[in-house]
Design a protein around this ligand. Structure first.
Ligand code: ADP
Length: 673
């Protein structure tokens, strides 16, 4: 029932008003006499309307005091005002009733203000709900970006629980979560310590609920519910209280944590106050949101484990190849020496026929040791054990040496090997022995796949990145920039079909044709060539036409060119400290990168001293956007593992602050990007 408090001295007329009001089903009382008592009375009685007689002593002060005291409750203040009387505090009241009082007007005004008060209360409630919804939306928004920032499952669960706590202020939550690895857990989060029996009851309840959910289906993972680990968290500020079994009677929300057919667990929340419809939507939305990153985290874990297994296998294979190759190589030197001795006649005269056979044996020993060297190189490249001796060097002597070396073999096939070198060919920063190996591989192939009477032309010149036809490059590991020495080996041989060109760089791959069958080879030369070029931050391009010939051109950066991998920057990694150890100072906003980088950089940091040798390279880590992920992992991280970086100072730049931004700009200007 609505309540009216009347503040007036004129008790008789007031009584009449009170009676009139009561007649209309509204409760009404007369006030105390002193302002202090009136305020106290209002606090206890909590009237909807206060009717103040303007003739009451200190009416103005009382009106103002009541107004400020009851503003939150929307209490309506009406003044009893003598007709035509002027007062200057009318604004502090919500309305007035003229005296002498007209019954109808009195009741009508009181009813109208009761309605106004109710509407104001409703409005306040709506506003509060709106503010709460806005808050929930805000939390949801922040949570979704937090979810995207990690692939750590435990962290994902704790972000989910934190968001649920913020939006729904639950008293107690219980989540049963699975992992394919079988380490199943129950997380119990609560405002106060739950009793042992409540903990047990909750755990039992979620496991039963989970089983009920999958009544007709096999459980998604092999679960051992008995051996489940229970992880409990109590909010520190409330630990003096205790939750007992009565908490199970609280209002509750329940949801499975799943995406498609992939289930990760179930969660149940309890609250002493009922959940609203909006709460249910918010709950579902948060639980739904966590499922997708959980799926990615699971997949990532699986991929990581598979990779570890594959890496192990690959290492085993490499070790095997390396051991066997070493064992095969050892007897070859004494065989070769013995053949030399027999050929030289030191072991007695031998017939011409015998000489021919021995020469043939020698050629095969040479071929065999070539294959064994290739196998050894391959395993060294793959395990990062190939020892590169980088220095600033000229390539002209290497080119001349190779032309000389192959002259005789070429002459046997009546093939002319020509050499054309641009004047004053600049220096490169390279391991000249490995560059000779690359050229030798290409010339060997050119001679192998060029029929008698053809020609092979070796040429070398400087070319700018802008002149290079990128469409002909075979998957370079880094963006080309600046000037390069281009070395081409062009033949008039059998050529290669366009669709086969990318394949020939795969290890142990040979294109089936009459020549490969007759000539032999194991399909390793180009694979090693590509990897040696990668280690030099170089590139290789192929132009070939069937039955016309092939042109293999490779590029080595000039010695004075500063090379770098350049991508957008939003880095969160620090540079090395004084001892040159690289370490991660902050986290990126992408969990995937965090995981991968952390692992790799920590591995790298162990070698940090080697990084300090020549400050030649800058590495800027890319933006942590999803599109950068593949690129990141494949190029940068694989790249870091390569031996070439052991001679470089790797600078992990951080472009958050203004200062770093400027520094970055300076570097970019210096290298002209
Ligand atoms: P291989 O030891 O068999 O020569 P490579 O890796 O050097 O191995 O070459 C792989 C394959 O690429 C060769 O088997 C051949 O089919 C093709 N190839 C390489 N160079 C040439 C070339 N100059 N002309 C035609 N085909 C070539």
């Amino acid at each position: 029932m609505a309540k009216v408090l009347i503040i007036s001295e004129l008790t008789d007329s007031c009584r009449k008003i009170i009676e009139e009001i009561k007649k209309n089903g509204i409760e009404s009382i007369l006030s105390e006499k002193t302002p202090e008592n009136i305020l106290l009375q209002i606090e206890q009685y909590m009237p909807d309307i206060v009717l103040i007689d303007t003739d009451f002593e200190n009416c103005e002060i009382i009106t103002k005091q009541i107004k400020s005291k009851t503003i939150q409750q929307n209490t309506q203040i009406l003044l009893l005002l003598e007709k035509d009387k002027n007062i200057d505090f009318l604004n502090f009241a919500d309305g007035y009733i003229s005296t002498p009082v007209c019954k109808n007007i009195l009741i009508h005004t009181i009813n109208s203000h009761i309605k106004i008060k109710k509407s104001l209360e409703q409005l306040g409630e709506n506003n509060r709900e709106l503010a709460r919804s806005l808050y929930q939306l805000n939390v949801l928004y922040n949570t979704s970006s937090q979810f995207a920032g990690t692939l750590d499952k435990d962290k994902l669960y704790s972000i989910m629980l934190e968001a649920l706590e913020k939006t729904l202020s639950f008293d107690i939550s219980c989540a049963l979560v699975f992992s394919p690895a079988g380490d199943n857990k129950i997380f119990i989060h609560s405002l106060c310590e739950p009793t042992e029996s409540l903990r047990e009851a909750l755990s039992l309840r979620v496991t039963l609920e989970y089983k009920n959910l999958f009544e007709n289906q096999p459980l998604p993972y092999k679960t051992n519910l008995e051996g489940i680990e229970i992880i409990q968290k109590v909010k520190p500020s409330h630990i003096q209280n205790i939750f007992d079994l009565r908490a199970l009677n609280y209002d509750s929300l329940f949801a499975p944590i799943k995406v498609g057919d992939h289930f990760f667990g179930v969660i149940e929340l309890f609250r002493n106050t009922p959940f609203t419809k909006e709460d249910v939507t918010c709950f579902q939305s948060i639980v739904h949101q966590v499922a997708l990153p959980l799926r990615s985290a699971t997949l990532y874990e699986e991929i990581k484990n598979t990779n570890i297994k594959l890496e192990k296998l690959e290492r085993l294979k490499s070790d095997f190849v390396s051991i066997v190759s070493h064992e095969l190589r050892t007897p070859l030197t004494p065989i070769n020496n013995s053949l030399e001795i027999v050929l030289s006649g030191q072991a007695g005269e031998i017939s011409d026929d015998a000489k021919n056979f021995i020469n043939m044996a020698k050629r095969n020993v040479t071929r065999l040791s070539g294959i064994i060297e290739d196998l050894l190189d391959l395993s060294r490249v793959q395990t990062g054990k190939l020892d590169y001796k980088y220095k600033i060097t000229k390539l002209t002597p290497s080119l001349e040496l190779i032309q000389k070396t192959f002259e005789q073999v070429a002459a046997e096939k009546n093939i002319n090997v020509s050499l054309e070198i641009e004047d004053n060919l600049p220096e490169v920063y390279a391991d000249s022995h490995r560059i000779e190996q690359i050229i030798s591989n290409l010339v060997t192939n050119a001679l192998k796949f060029t029929p008698k009477g053809g020609s092979v032309k070796i040429s070398a010149k400087v070319e700018d990145e802008s002149e290079i036809d990128k469409s002909l490059l075979v998957m370079p590991i880094c963006k080309l920039s600046g000037k390069y020495i281009k070395i081409s080996v062009k033949d008039t041989g059998i050529g290669i079909k366009k669709e086969n060109i990318p394949k020939i760089f795969e290890k142990f791959l040979q294109i089936e044709n009459s020549l490969t069958r007759n000539i032999g080879g194991v399909g390793l030369g180009l694979s090693i060539t590509k990897q040696l070029l990668d280690a030099h931050l170089g590139a290789i391009a192929v132009i070939s036409e069937e039955n016309k010939g092939s042109d293999f051109s490779f590029y080595i950066p000039l010695a004075d060119e500063k090379k770098m991998f350049i991508m957008d920057t939003n880095q969160t990694f620090g540079t090395g400290d004084d001892s040159g150890i690289l370490h991660i100072k902050e986290k990126t906003n992408c969990g995937f990168i965090d995981e991968v980088l952390k692992e790799n950089l920590i591995k790298l940091s162990k070698k940090s001293k080697e990084f300090k040798k020549d400050g030649d390279y800058f590495v800027l880590l890319p933006d942590t956007s999803i599109s950068a992920l593949d690129f990141m992992e494949k190029t940068i991280l694989d790249e870091f593992k390569k031996p070439v970086w052991q001679n470089c100072d790797i600078v992990l730049k951080k472009a958050h602050s203004k200062k770093d931004g400027k520094e970055l700009k300076k570097i970019l200007e210096k290298i002209n990007i």
